[in-house]
Design a protein around this ligand. Structure first.
Ligand SMILES: [Zn+2]
Length: 76
């Protein structure tokens, strides 16, 4: 799982933790990715999308699945 948003391409950011004595240690901020079902090009896929894209409505949700009706044959 690559930690990249499949909608906006947001990825990790790198910086420093800086202590009071000004010692610097590397720090990584990861995007808040969620695995969601998205609807694109007439197909339902699962993708990792950041919460900002989900909240902003950039993700089209798949249509609701209807229960399949079983056909009853009358020729018995
Ligand atoms: Zn995003």
């Amino acid at each position: 799982m690559s930690r990249i948003c499949s909608i906006c391409g947001k990825t990790r950011q790198v910086g420093f933790n800086i202590s009071h004595a000004h010692n610097k240690t590397k720090k990584v901020w990861l995007p808040n990715l969620q695995k969601v079902r998205i609807f694109s090009n007439g197909a339902t896929k699962r993708a990792y999308v950041c919460t900002r894209c989900i909240r902003s409505g950039f993700v089209q949700k798949p249509p609701k699945r209807t229960p399949t009706l079983h056909k009853v044959s009358d020729n018995t």
